[in-house]
Design a binder for this molecule. Sequence first.
Ligand SMILES: [Zn+2]
Length: 112
Amino acid sequence: MGKIILEYLDGNRIYVCTKCHIHLSNYESRISKNFRGGTGQAFLFDYGINYHVGVPEDKDLMTGKHTVQDLICNGCNQVIGWKYIKAHRESEKYKEGKIIIERHYIKRIKWN
Ligand SMILES: [Zn+2]
């Protein structure tokens, strides 16, 4: 709690946390809009900042077994999505190391 925000992103379309407005990712890092989380639509990003992760857990998702970690906003400590550590199916390997943020927890803003 109360961490000083040091990181900002390049680009002029930035995704920020709806609750604390910290920068989380940008338009250039968004890979897909076709994911679903607990609150509905979710985005897959290649890269993000100002988050930390929870303990790794194995989950059975629609696309098979994955090892994931909760993705937690540094600004407000809310769980906003998850990070893929390992995908057990070959077809899902592209997700490894990437992050999901649920649309409910982010909004896109113009920056600069
Ligand atoms: Zn936040």
